[in-house]
Design a protein around this ligand. Structure first.
Ligand code: BTN
Length: 243
């Protein structure tokens, strides 16, 4: 595996950049693309991901896989577990909220957007990570939904490059570990353990414009959430957003 770093000053989105450059990546390349700012940062459901210059980590990992995975969800799980370990190292007591938001004190500190694209018979996985690091309260409040940053939680500011290196180190270790099928299962089970706190909680799931209310019954290691809704009984949810 060849590890390459692309450190940009500005870009529309590190995920878009990776997909545009897909043909120039070597088959065994593990590309780390980061930018100081993004003019068109994207979140899940095509939302805007606010990406002010030099404040936070805007990062994508891109690499090819040979076989079409049954889902790209596993790669988001790897990223969520890596962010969990990173934030734990900083004593921030993170939680993973299904499907893959990282929370600290019930506020979102990080989000993950994984894309899979077919490129000349191979599959390019792009894992985009946004981690709020030095974002101040004023900007956090302007997001209009509960959000936090490492600065807000600790009162300290951090070096973006140092955090990028630490996160990448953690992620690559898990990524290499996951090449062994058994280990992949173990990592998915570990992810499940980290989202189990949500079982029996009352939630509102937004799936492409429709809202379903209910109680979380079960979460499977493959990422499926079973929701017990008063109106529809047990519903399997594979993607969506919980509030
Ligand atoms: C979410 O909605 O929670 C996912 C947010 C993902 C944001 C990151 S920032 C780096 C990468 N580039 C993007 O445009 N999005 C992801």
């Amino acid at each position: 595996m060849i590890i390459t770093h692309y450190s940009l000053d500005t870009v529309d989105s590190t995920n878009f950049w990776a997909k545009r450059r897909a043909l120039s990546f070597a088959p065994d390349e593990f590309a780390i693309i980061s930018s100081l700012e993004q003019s068109s940062g994207r979140g899940r459901f095509d939302r805007t991901w606010l990406s002010p210059k030099g404040k936070n980590l805007y990062l994508s990992y891109a690499f090819f896989i040979e076989k079409m995975p049954s889902s790209s969800f596993f790669y988001s799980q790897l990223a969520a577990l890596s962010l969990f370990d990173l934030l734990t190292d900083y004593s921030l007591a993170p939680q993973i909220k299904w499907p893959n938001d990282l929370l600290v004190n019930n506020k979102k500190i990080s989000g993950i957007l994984t894309d899979i694209t077919m490129v000349e018979e191979k599959f390019l996985i792009v894992i985009g990570i946004g981690l709020n690091i030095n974002m101040e309260e004023k900007l956090l409040l302007s997001l209009g939904r509960p959000a936090t940053s490492m600065l807000y939680e600790t009162g300290k500011s951090f070096l973006l490059d140092e955090i990028k290196q630490q996160l990448t180190h953690i992620f690559i270790n898990k990524f290499l570990q996951s090449k062994v099928a058994k280990e992949q299962e173990a990592l998915s089970s570990l992810w499940r353990e980290k989202v189990l706190w949500m079982i029996h909680t009352q939630v509102n799931v937004q799936r492409y414009g429709t809202a379903i209310q209910g109680t979380v019954e079960e979460i499977h290691p493959d990422g499926t959430l079973i929701l017990n809704s008063e109106t529809e009984g047990n519903v399997r949810v594979t993607s969506g957003e919980i509030s």
